[in-house]
Design a protein around this ligand. Structure first.
Ligand code: BES
Ligand code: MN
Ligand code: ZN
Length: 494
């Protein structure tokens, strides 16, 4: 796989000469002011286009004008911007994304979009970048006209320097999104625990301090809950450790933990066949953490952050773990395995423990495609948030709203905890049918020390989305996580 970071080059300028010159129209307002000069030069063709037909500036609408020869652009495009009052960051991103969706394959190479402010320019650029992601490395027969033609986008605004500065951290986060998407999209024969670990090692080029532990090292640490999940796989389980030391030396880190089940067959508690291929995305939590670490390093955030990912493959095999097995976790607590398909919590509990044994975290946030139940609760537009800290809930909720990767808090409590009692061990790895996402969170909580601020984000519904999607989310994998987490860390811990 090669990662196609930024195959579309995005720049900011006060003016631009491009094949397509795009302008944003306010809903119901006719010709955008920025298009006036080109309109005059074209003899009023743009005015004619926006006043004919059904175009009225609604989000997602475009009109294209063929310009006479000799002008600065070959096409003028007026893009619907909706009502200016409603043009928040999401709506601004949608302008860039809808434009890419409509014109990436147009045959033209360069485009400009005129924005009203530096902030809007940066958000249009983010939307354009998110929308121009493609995962087509496994197609061998693509003809040139099946690939995007657009390779350069200039976002025009009065203060390109300010736009560039506003874009830089957002750009880093979207590079993290790209990486998370690539990892989730990749097929499980090519992305398994060992190759995922190799990808993590590549990140040391960005200044991350990277270490990978194999099965021997994890056995020494007593991580038998994690190791039990991977014992049916021919691939060696791994734990990836990524450190970003951008803060003061010795300052306690923020810790991110990710579930990296590179493929989840369910194990001996085998999943049904139809749809099982989706479980190549069961490392979405680890992808989110890895993408975030990349983003943080690229943005050079002045904070210490540690990313920990537990990488395993959950396979049925003669050596696989059985329902009924009792494993001892690194924390010393024992777990009765009642369902080998409830494996994510077994991976996370040992990595969470590692985090607390080796660091004094300011906060731990874990991300995991943990339960099908969260998809039933929240669908695809919010991830489930579980936390022992109201402040953390508030911080993460705000960051999610700011970047469009939303979380919704669900309850926890001792009544739910009692559902994971076992007759044979300290706990069992499933609850009953009721409150499946909450009992999973209660399981994790048993591995978090009371004084540690901790949040668990269940991204089973948001890591990938089938069906109709936002133009900022063009591939199967959404790349959920890096935008939320980078923003959360920058706003609260830098
Ligand atoms: N990886 C799955 C959860 C999942 C389901 C993610 C659908 C994305 C989409 C997880 O390992 C799992 O199998 N969970 C079980 C838990 C059950 C056995 C208690 C589930 O949700 O059915
Ligand atoms: Mn499972
Ligand atoms: Zn799983």
């Amino acid at each position: 796989m090669q990662t196609e970071f930024q195959h579309m080059k995005i720049t900011f300028a006060e003016a631009a000469k491009a094949d397509i010159a795009a302008f944003v129209a306010d809903e119901g307002a006719g010709l955008p002011a920025a298009a006036a000069a080109l309109d005059t030069a074209s003899g009023g063709l743009i005015t004619e286009a926006v006043s004919a037909g059904r175009f009225d500036g609604k989000p997602g609408q475009h009109v294209t004008v063929v310009l006479p020869k000799g002008l600065d652009a070959r096409r003028a495009v007026v893009a619907g911007g909706g009502k200016p009052k409603k043009r928040d960051a999401r709506a601004q991103e949608a302008i860039g994304a809808n434009f890419i969706k409509a014109f990436a394959m147009s045959g033209f190479k360069t485009a400009s979009i005129t924005a009203v402010s530096a902030e809007e320019a940066a958000r249009i650029a983010v939307g354009a970048k998110l929308a121009s992601y493609r995962f087509d490395t496994y197609f061998t027969k693509l003809k040139p006209d099946q690939k995007p033609s657009l390779s350069g986008l200039t976002v025009v605004c009065d203060d390109p320097k300010a736009a560039k500065a506003a874009f830089a951290p957002l750009d880093a986060a979207t590079d993290g999104t790209y990486l998370a998407r690539d990892l989730v999209n990749m097929p499980p024969n090519d992305l398994h625990p060992e190759s995922f670990a190799e990808k993590i090692k590549e990140l040391s080029a960005l200044g991350l301090d990277v270490e990978v532990l194999g099965e021997k090292a994890m056995a020494k640490l007593g991580m038998h809950a994690l190791l039990g999940v991977g014992q049916g796989s021919v691939r060696e389980s791994q734990m990836g450790i990524m450190k970003w030391n951008g803060g003061k030396p010795g300052e306690d880190p923020v810790i991110l933990v990710g579930k990296g089940v590179c493929f989840d067959t369910g194990g001996i508690s085998l999943k049904p066949g139809p749809g099982m291929e989706d479980m190549r995305g069961d490392m979405g939590g680890a992808a989110a953490v890895t993408g975030t670490m990349r983003a943080i390093a690229q943005a050079k955030l002045k904070v210490n952050v540690v990313g920990l990912v537990g990488l395993v493959e959950n396979m049925p095999d003669g050596n696989a773990q059985r329902p009924g097995d009792i494993v001892k976790s690194a924390s010393g607590q024992t777990i009765e395995i009642q369902n080998t398909d409830a494996e994510g919590r077994l991976v996370l509990c040992d990595v969470l423990w590692y985090a607390q044994e080796h660091y004094k975290p300011k906060a731990i946030v874990d991300l995991a495609t943990l339960t099908g139940a969260i998809v039933i609760s929240l669908g695809h537009h919010h991830a489930g948030l579980f936390t022992n800290s109201d402040d953390l809930a508030d911080e993460l909720t705000r960051a999610g709203l700011a970047e469009g990767e939303r979380v919704w808090r669900l309850p926890m409590g001792p009544e739910y905890d009692s559902l994971i009692k076992s007759k044979f061990a300290d706990m069992r790895n499933i609850g009953g049918r009721a409150a499946g996402s909450i009992t999973a969170a209660q399981f994790l909580k048993r591995f978090v020390k009371d004084e540690v601020r901790w949040a668990h984000i269940d991204i089973a519904g948001t890591a990938w989305v089938e069906g109709e999607k936002a133009p900022t989310d063009p591939s199967w994998a959404s790349g959920y996580g890096p935008r939320l987490l980078t923003r959360w860390i920058a706003d609260n811990y830098e």
